[in-house]
Design a binder for this molecule. Structure first.
Ligand SMILES: CC(C)(COP(=O)(O)OP(=O)(O)OC[C@H]1O[C@@H](n2cnc3c(N)ncnc32)[C@H](O)[C@@H]1OP(=O)(O)O)[C@@H](O)C(=O)NCCC(=O)NCCS
Length: 196
């Protein structure tokens, strides 16, 4: 461990964890072996981060979220409460996932990807708003600045183009882009994981 940081109660910290100066680690946090926590990162209460995950500077992971084995959250990523981030996930700078989002294993989010969980914006008005985080399935890749609307399933190994606004669920292994995003063509075979 390096530098000064704040550590809550009942933290479970495995061997070879490194926590940088200025980080704030909440109560009941569980950090697996070799996890690194960057400068000024904020890890909320009851967060679980599995072995070999890398959490860079100024990342915020809110309460009850989970980050899988070997995932890498680049600087300034925001993860809202109760999100599940799978194994070997990459979230590039400033990407932001809303409460309840699930990213399955091997998902890639480019810089400034935004995933939201409410379609209607109440902002103090008196009407019901449903909150449903999207599901981003195994191996999907989402280009920079794309926005994913609530309650959507991005299917396995889809590729979402930069700047897309995805308003409907997608079909597996297809490329989508535009606003609203449209199915363009299948992902080239050589870009798919080598799994039948
Ligand atoms: C979606 C994508 C994979 C398509 O790549 P491609 O199949 O090689 O597409 P091309 O470059 O041949 O472009 C084909 C057409 O689609 C358009 N197009 C390509 N990407 C687009 C996008 N994201 N949004 C809107 N139009 C797009 C091109 O302008 C071109 O239009 P035209 O036929 O009228 O000239 C790619 O453009 C993309 O957006 N990649 C994401 C990059 C990224 O965000 N990386 C992460 C960095 S952190």
């Amino acid at each position: 461990m390096i530098g000064e940081y704040i550590l809550g109660n009942n933290a479970k910290i495995a061997k070879h964890v490194s926590i940088a100066r200025g980080a704030i680690i909440g109560n009941n946090v569980n950090l697996g072996k070799n996890v690194t926590i960057g400068y000024g990162a904020i890890i909320g209460d009851n967060v679980v981060i599995r072995a070999n995950a890398q959490i860079d500077a100024h990342v915020k992971i809110d309460r009850y979220s989970k980050v899988g084995y070997g995932s890498h959250l680049f600087p300034n990523v925001f993860v809202d409460p109760k999100c599940i981030i799978g194994n070997n996930v990459a979230m590039y700078h400033f990407s932001n996932v809303a409460k309840g989002t699930i990213l399955e294993d091997n998902v890639f989010l480019g810089t400034r990807v935004t995933i939201v969980n409410t379609r209607r914006i109440s902002h103090g008005r008196n009407f019901p708003v449903s909150v449903r985080g999207p599901l981003i399935k195994w191996g999907a890749r989402i280009g920079a600045n794309a926005t994913i609307l609530p309650d959507i399933v991005i299917e396995t190994e889809c590729l979402i183009g930069a700047g897309a606004v995805v308003t409907k669920s997608t079909r597996a292994k297809w490329i989508y882009y535009g606003n609203p995003a449209r199915a363009i063509k299948p992902v080239p075979k050589e870009e798919l994981y080598d799994i039948p």
